[in-house]
Design a protein. Sequence first.
Length: 149
Amino acid sequence: MAIRIMVTITQAKKRDLSEVLGLLRKVGLPVKGVDDQLHNFFVAREKSDLKGCGGLEAYGNVGLIRSVAVDPPFQGQGLGHSIVRSLEALAAEKNLSEIYLLTETAETFFAELGYVTIHRDSANPDIKRSSEFASLCPASAACMKKTLR
Ligand SMILES: CC(C)(COP(=O)(O)OP(=O)(O)OC[C@H]1O[C@@H](n2cnc3c(N)ncnc32)[C@H](O)[C@@H]1OP(=O)(O)O)[C@@H](O)C(=O)NCCC(=O)NCCS
């Protein structure tokens, strides 16, 4: 999908933290642990305004995508897809073999990007120890996986 707004996607810096937390709260996603993982986040800005973000946590040789969010007025223009592609490029750079995620709201969005819904119990054991799996995301969330290599 071609992105239809002019945004720059870059790795997050410490100074991005409060805006990232604000965006996550706005779209109803958990913020716990984001400060520790901010170096693994991307931020999408149009001029100086934050329009989107997303993070990739690495556990052994597998990754966990979390906190993919686009500011509601800018949704539906391809930005979410671009953020996920940036996170996948980072995962490939880190030589990760699989990416997992949990979502209560965006299963169709991730399915379009090649993620497959799996039973949560069959996820990689390292990923299951992440706080997202252990406590942050409710049991009702869909668990999705994409194999990179
Ligand atoms: C999910 C989200 C990041 C998508 O961002 P976006 O910029 O709107 O996505 P894109 O424009 O790249 O993609 C739009 C496509 O995804 C689909 N899509 C977008 N959000 C969706 C959702 N919540 N559920 C299902 N499909 C969704 C759209 O139907 C559209 O498909 P189409 O082009 O075939 O019509 C955004 O809706 C969001 O911030 N949601 C709240 C936070 C969230 O649920 N994050 C995911 C959990 S990590």
